[in-house]
Design a protein around this ligand. Structure first.
Ligand SMILES: [Zn+2]
Ligand SMILES: [Zn+2]
Length: 535
């Protein structure tokens, strides 16, 4: 969920450029939430001074929130054609205009206020990824975006090594904001070309149908899979909405020129097994993706059998282990053979490993390293790597941290509001006090409702009910609950207000559950004074 802000000038009259505006995906901690976006209220309050949104590349964690949040910002957007095309599609889906998107060519620079931003080609796992070289009157910044050094990325440009070196030589780089994803992994991330060659060999060994799944956005991998099919006299059947979308975008950008077109999935059943390669979504075990449906036997057009082989040209993203294992087991139960990156070298990461990070620091030589894009452990390790190659200072930022780059380089000057917005069905809510937060709490210990009518100290009617709490507790210990609540009404002193009574009842009911059950459910209390109605 990437969002970076670069500011220039004195507070109050400063100007801002935003780089990337992505989403992340909900997990078990966010029940019922598919998408999570950054809270943009800080910059929204200053949106008259937000000059532009500059996009580095088209991954969801960098562009996924644009269509949801642009209306609150209303600024021009800069992107290269492939990224622009994917953002445009999302804006159109939301019924929004697309005229604010400015297309820029890789290698070109754009002048935005005091920022002169150059888009430099860098390899990653999607076409048109960019390192941004940012020049300001106060000094230079390198914003790497997501990257790796791939000598043969299969499609798109190789990294602009000369450009990076020139940028660092022409003026000292104050700070580099850099990808930390693989900071704990030694060596080099490897090349898409090696994967492409290995895929040809793996598909060659398959007897029946070959079913290959990968990240849809990795157009180079998609191309390699088309090539592996062609090399083995197989026709490609594309299955899954995002697979179709990316192939379309990659084709119209010219990245898949010369490849044969795919066979519609309704016709997959008519192809001989040994001439079929099914390319599908679902490498992360998503139940609703094509492979998930096939594994469950719910796919409308494709039914797998024991002569098929499913090839995962992917890795398991941390957090998705359980859902991937579920699919692997479902497939294995049906006798389907499974090949993953553990059996054959058919995946490489799109992010730099330690050797590549060292190489980048040796070229850019920033005075300050700012590791981003990783868990805290990855960013801390990244900082150690930077110190290891002689970088003077590294700051591992947390969300909202504002770091001064000039004139006082490397000073932490503020901590601005930041947070997460959950997209919950058709409603967006700030994380922390949202319906999804309630659902997570309910998930653990359920909820109990207390409804109480009283006349002064005298309780006229009391009902307790619950959901997700063992009902036997109320049946066996009803009297104890009654007693605990009566005690609240019979405490010494003046009878407190309804509100205070309600809170005291809530606490005593929670205590009672803790005592009898060992867990505290959420407790909702409604206290009504009948005398008020009588008067
Ligand atoms: Zn990326
Ligand atoms: Zn990313």
């Amino acid at each position: 969920m990437n969002l970076n802000l670069y500011g220039w000038g004195e507070a109050g009259s400063e100007s801002w450029v935003m780089i990337d505006l992505g989403v992340t995906f909900g997990g078990p901690q966010e029940p019922g939430i598919d998408l999570i976006m950054p809270d943009i209220s800080y910059i929204e309050e200053r949106r008259d001074r937000l000059l532009a949104l500059v996009l580095t590349h088209a991954h969801e964690d960098h562009i996924g929130a644009v269509a949801h949040l642009w209306e609150r910002l209303q600024c021009p957007i800069y992107a290269t054609p492939f990224t622009a095309m994917l953002v445009e599609a999302k804006l159109r889906e939301q019924g929004l205009p697309v005229t604010m998107i400015n297309r820029i060519k890789t290698g070109d620079s754009v002048r935005i206020g005091h920022f002169d931003i150059q888009y430099m080609a860098i390899t990653h796992s999607i076409p048109e990824s960019h390192l941004l070289g940012i020049k300001t009157p106060a000094g230079r910044i390198v914003h790497t975006g997501d990257w790796k050094f791939d000598p043969d990325p299969v499609i798109g440009k190789v990294s602009d090594h000369k450009g990076f070196a020139r940028f660092a030589e022409e003026g000292e780089v104050l700070a580099m904001v850099c990808d930390s994803t693989n900071a704990m992994t030694p060596g080099h991330s490897g090349s898409e070309r090696e994967v492409a060659n290995n895929l040809i060999d793996v598909v060659k060994k398959v007897k029946g149908r070959a079913v290959v799944t990968t990240f849809a956005s990795n157009a180079a991998r998609v191309k390699a899979i088309f090539e592996a099919a062609a090399a083995n006299e197989r026709q490609v059947v594309l299955v899954g909405r995002s697979m179709h979308r990316i192939v379309e975008a990659a084709r119209s950008s010219g990245y898949l020129a010369g490849l044969p077109s795919a066979v519609p999935e309704e016709q997959a059943g008519f192809l001989p097994a040994e001439h079929t390669l099914i390319l599908c979504t679902g490498s992360q075990g998503e139940g609703r993706a094509a492979l998930g449906k096939m594994a469950e036997g719910n796919h409308p057009h494709i039914r797998l059998n024991s002569s098929d082989t499913v090839i995962f040209s992917s890795k398991v993203i941390p957090g998705n282990e359980k859902s991937v294992f579920r699919i692997l087991n479902l497939l294995s139960e049906q006798g389907v053979q499974v090949v993953t990156e553990k059996q054959a070298p058919i995946h490489v990461s799109g992010h730099p490993c330690r050797e590549e990070l060292v190489q980048m620091y040796q070229v850019i030589r920033p005075k300050l390293a700012i590791p981003v894009h990783g868990e805290p452990m990855h960013m801390m390790e990244h900082a150690r790597i930077a110190y290891g190659v002689g970088i003077a200072q590294a700051i591992v930022p947390h969300n909202g941290m504002m770091i001064e780059l000039a004139p006082n380089l490397g000073t932490i000057v503020d901590d601005v509001p930041s947070g997460r917005i959950y997209i919950d069905g058709r409603v967006s809510e700030l994380a922390g006090n949202s319906a999804a937060d309630d659902r997570r709490r309910l998930n653990f210990a359920g909820v109990a409702y207390v409804n109480l009518l009283h006349k002064g100290r005298e309780i006229q009617k009391l009902t307790i009910s619950s959901r997700g709490v063992p009902t036997q507790l109320l049946i066996d210990h009803g009297a104890q609950f009654d007693e605990a609540i009566s005690a609240v009404f019979n405490a010494d002193g003046v009878l407190p207000s309804e509100e205070v009574l309600g809170e005291k009842v809530r606490q005593s009911v929670r205590r009672m559950y803790k005592l009898l059950w060992g867990k505290k459910p959420l407790v909702e209390v409604e206290v009504t004074n009948i005398e008020e109605f009588a008067s």
